[in-house]
Design a protein around this ligand. Sequence first.
Ligand code: SF4
Length: 326
Amino acid sequence: MNPSILMPAEKQTEPLMWQELGHKYYSLNLYLTHKFGGRVQKISLDGGFTCPNVDGTVAKGGCTFCDNRSFSPSRRVRRDAITSQIQRGIDGLRRRYKTERFLAYFQPATNTYGPLDKLRVLWETALEDERIVGLIIGTRPDCVADDVLDLIDEFAQRTYVSLELGVQTIHDSSLDWMNRGHHHDAAVDAMQRVAGRKFETSLHIMLGLPGETHDMMMATADQVARWNPAAVKIHNLYAVERTELADQVRSGQVRMLELDEYLELLADFLERLPPQMVIERISGDAPPKDFIAPMWCLKKGTIKAKLVELFDARGTRQGTRFPIPN
Ligand code: SF4
């Protein structure tokens, strides 16, 4: 890491020129280090939410790839449970990463699927710990009503906030395949309504969905580039235990991408994104004990090194093909 980018956040007015540091894409680690002036780690918090795709509001059973058995409806999490989750998270991470700054990441299930007063209490509680320097809120595009966005905006006036929206793909056929319970129009609507807000928006995207051609995946890339969110999380389709997808993979009904296929797609995708967009993730992530396929997903270091090799061989990087001509 170039020490010149480790400056106090309040002095940072210029965007980071990651290309000049020799990187091939603008990684989350680089971005956070630049923004906060040093290492920041996420702490995953369970706010006790369920999901409209699990409780029967829009669908039942959840997405085919999601192990949602723990997201039962009417879950409740006590306020002190959040503070103890934060303390446990900090205890586990502070020595390993030598940092005292953390982001409260409301991750499992749909973290805006609840009454406003519950959301407010959870976020306020997380920020009571002065080592928490921001919030990350993971949700679905059909669960961000205007009053929820207004509340997130209110928090964004006093701290860093990132809203993570699970878009996955722009293709309704794929959203139907995964039993998503909403179509692409929900993402279009959400992206129109987050525009101009004070918080950052990050989009989840999946590559390798059954039935999606290269052109279809690049159409998703081009739409992400047009939306131009602060960040994107990209990963290959992968299967974990206790999901419908696991059964489909085991029976041979669904084929997972090979690493080389995925890397070519990923490089094509990244080349089409604007250079200032932060790339939060480039591959799937799950506890190894639950992982079913593809097993190459567990070798994160190899994936990253091979992506850099591929960009070197192509002479390209994130943003090389941006903007895409109309
Ligand atoms: S929307 Fe998210 S939490 Fe709900 S079932 Fe799908 S992946 Fe799981």
